[in-house]
Ligand binder design. Structure first.
Ligand SMILES: Cc1ncc(COP(=O)(O)O)c(C=O)c1O
Length: 430
């Protein structure tokens, strides 16, 4: 059961702020992000990983939720940034992030994006494939620079998550095959290049993982590969990147995992491997995204039409939907919600929360109990929308993207203004 913070008016509070007042002040749909929760997660990473281990490094996977504000907050807390496009790097630069702390990911970086990253001295590239490695090499050479590169290896591990967020299987579009002839050719190329400083390897098994077994299995595979490569090519990595994927609680039955339950056994294993092999401990990276931002965000909607189909179901339609949160239609993600202005009224009515788009699949929550007095005009709060919502939002049906408000200790400030109809045609040649 989710614990709710309810004030004397019976309104739901989040980050110390009255959510009903936020909805009145900024309109709906509205993303609300609690700065303190983001900072809290960053500090937990510092305590249980960065300060605990020598050579530990954490980068926030900013694809989860990227704004100038968020980039600034997480980097001020001592994390680096994982980016996957020129646009994400551009945003980070606008936030004043030290580019040396940026890692550039992606499975098909364009030449323009790589050039932009090289010109701006981005700290590390994670090369996903041979084509990309050659492209990075050529562009760095042209610029007369040497760039640091980690190679992304497909560990061939099936993670227990939805297939669209499982990335470590052998059939994945991501990463270099661990097959000897192929990986050795690619590693050798990187070792021989004068424009590339090959630092090591990266893997990412998938997202929203509730258990550490896939990470541990993938680590074993990478350590075996490191051992083989050392004897076959004489290469010893100075960096090892364990990716992200640490799960959070969206609904009952799920947990927000303890990061140390993943990092402690992995660090123990890496340390013992290095001792046995007689090699120095590499710099070890993690890339949490959702774990930092998901639970720190909520979305507020206004309830519109309520359609009761006797003995079948009741549809509760809100003024947003798949454009601001496509996760249900993408991978049947589940959420919890409460009527924010009736937060102390017990959930006595079962509804399907749907959006306003011309798609039957435009569903936010298939089935949830809400206050039985729910009516049009009420404010509905959907929880744990801080990751892969704002960053995945679209303008489907020409619906403007919501504003994003940051709250901290009861104080609110507008971080991203609401998109307008005019914004949506600014790129059109009239
Ligand atoms: C390479 C890489 N690192 C980190 C992440 C972050 O994953 P999560 O938000 O589940 O921590 C992703 C997510 O897709 C990823 O592809």
């Amino acid at each position: 059961m989710r614990k709710l913070d309810i004030n004397s008016k019976g309104h739901l509070c989040f980050g110390g702020a009255d959510t009903v007042e936020l909805a009145e002040k900024y309109g709906t749909p509205l993303y609300v992000v609690d700065e303190k929760q983001i900072i809290g997660r960053c500090r937990e990473i510092k305590e249980c990983f960065l300060d605990k281990y020598d050579n530990a490094n954490a980068v926030y996977a900013s694809k989860a939720l990227q704004t100038v504000d968020i980039c600034r907050i997480v980097t001020e807390e001592g994390l680096g940034l994982d980016t996957v496009s020129g646009g994400e790097i551009y945003t980070a630069i606008k936030a004043g992030v030290d580019t040396a702390k940026i890692i550039f990911h992606g499975n098909n970086k364009t030449a323009d994006e790589i050039r932009f990253a090289v010109e701006n001295n981005v700290g590390r590239f994670v090369a996903d494939n041979e084509y990309e490695l050659h492209l990075i090499d050529g562009i760095a050479k042209e610029a007369g620079k040497t760039v640091r590169v980690q190679l992304r290896i497909t560990p061939g591990v099936d993670s227990h998550t939805h297939q669209y967020i499982s990335t470590g299987g052998i059939d994945s579009k991501f990463g270099i095959s661990p097959v000897r002839s192929e990986r050795n050719r690619i590693i050798k190329y990187a070792m021989d290049s004068e424009s590339i400083e090959l630092t090591g390897f990266h893997f990412h098994v998938g997202s929203q993982l509730q258990k550490n077994d896939s990470h541990l299995m993938a680590l074993e595979i990478i350590l075996r590969l490191i051992k083989e490569i050392r004897s076959e090519l004489g290469f010893v990595p100075t960096e090892l990147n364990l990716g992200g994927g640490f799960g959070v609680r969206y609904v009952d039955g799920e947990i927000t995992v303890k990061l140390r339950d993943f990092t402690d056994p992995m660090m123990e294993r890496i340390n013992s491997f290095c001792k046995t092999e007689g090699i120095s401990l590499p710099e070890v990276f993690i890339e949490p995204g959702r774990w930092i931002s998901a639970n720190a965000g909520i979305t507020l909607y206004t309830v519109g039409s309520i359609k009761e189909i006797p003995e079948i179901k009741t549809y509760l339609a809100v003024d947003g939907g798949m454009p601001d949160n496509p996760r249900h239609i993408l991978y049947q993600a589940e959420y919890e919600a409460v009527v924010a202005n009736k937060a102390s009224i017990p959930a006595g009515k079962e509804v399907s929360v749907v959006g306003k788009c011309c798609e039957s699949g435009d569903v936010l929550i298939e089935k949830i109990g809400v206050a039985d007095t729910v009516q049009s005009g009420d404010i509905l709060c959907v929880f744990s929308t801080g990751a892969y919502n704002y960053s995945m939002a679209s303008n489907y049906n020409r619906i403007p993207r919501p504003a994003l408000v940051m709250v901290k200790d009861g104080k609110d400030r507008l971080s991203v203004r609401r998109e307008t109809w005019e914004d949506m045609i600014t790129r059109e040649i009239l």
